[in-house]
Design a protein around this ligand. Sequence first.
Ligand code: SF4
Ligand code: SF4
Length: 459
Amino acid sequence: MFIDHEYIETLLNNAKNATISDIQEVLDKACRKEKLNHEDIAILLQIKDETLLSKMFKVAGDIKKDIYGNRIVIFAPLYISDYCVNNCVYCGYKKCNEFNRRRLTQEEIKNEVMVLEKMGHKRLALEAGEDPVNCDIDYITESIKTIYSTQNSNGAIRRINVNIAATTVENYRKLKKAEIGTYILFQETYHKPTYESMHPKCLKGNYEYHLTSFDRAMEAGIDDVGAGVLFGLAPYKFEVLALMIHNAHLEKEFGVGFHTISMPRLKKAEGMDLELFPNLVDDEDFKKIVAILRIAVPFTGLILSTRESAEMRKGAIEYGVTQVSAGSCTGVGGYKEHEEGTKDINQFSIEDGRSPLEILKAIVNHGHIPSYCTACYRSGRVGEKFMSIAKTGEIQNMCQPNAIMTFQEFIEDYGDAELREKGENLIKKELNNVKNEDIKNTLIKNLEKIKNGERDLFF
Ligand code: SF4
Ligand code: SF4
């Protein structure tokens, strides 16, 4: 198996002896955008010195700015079923928690999507518990069809990333056929003994099967896969190195690694006690994780959910994070219920409960452009093809104008006077940063078209 625990522990132990000049060398290498090896990443993970840490954050921030500019992609999760046959110790949906479980009918999914579209969302992460009977693959693919075909005035969901349990090549083929964006699966923890104790006597308890899911997904033709670790289960340094080794494995076998990495931190959930988890990650270490991942995999999107506070999200955007969720409900049917003022059980508790409009205003106040862009998948820029465009830097010519256009769409359809004023000023400023004159001219024309009612223009 490609995750070798002893190898990871040895890397971490050796890195404890790194000198200041060893560390500086790794940071210089990162500045030159050279690929870091596992030893280098282990060295970054062992930095304790405050001056070197601030240098590391500076390098991460520069990489972020250089590759992603000031854009930040917005998405929302959509929970469609909380039936689950597993007993993950940390999760509110675990089988032994008794509550009225439900899976949404297609009509209910349509209603949820209408609410999400009214919030301005274009990009969803579809979420469901694991239950081969109550939530089989055909239900998932039918739901995807429903979501793509639900439109609410100018609202439309243009990309559905799917976060469902590890499954077979045959089922992954069905997901591919349903035109999903990224297939997301969190390993939760790469530390096998911890993995097994966190998933007792259940389908998800098979470490190897879970770990090889992306191999099966890619074998089935899925181009983009999104990894994740639930930080707080096992020591975080181990997890970060294991994530990088997993990424390297996919690059070697399939020519492309993770499209995205999610970094949820363990939070309080129904029927679990946070005090029983000795490896919780504090804010300072969490910030280091974000910065190190940014440096280690510069072209992989980093996702932060509303599990994190507004303050943490604001900081993390500066030195690493490229995508954030907004206005999230983590309960099945939660969006409609929220709109109607009722409430149900959630998978975990959230910290950032602001509406997308509030979040967008905050993002704009910090000089960032919110982006609802979904162009790559729809233009066939996926998998290896995407990574090669990303690595040459050419993707900038698409991300930046697409961010501006989708933000203009949001302002027109869902913004208020305050967002319009601040947003349009920012767009004007941002136009000056578009270097390619042809792109700039087309962009200016497209912005006029959007103001006149055209939608879904992209590069
Ligand atoms: Fe089920 Fe997923 Fe929760 Fe585990 S984490 S109990 S698989 S919903
Ligand atoms: Fe993402 Fe592609 Fe849009 Fe850039 S152009 S924001 S990489 S979908």
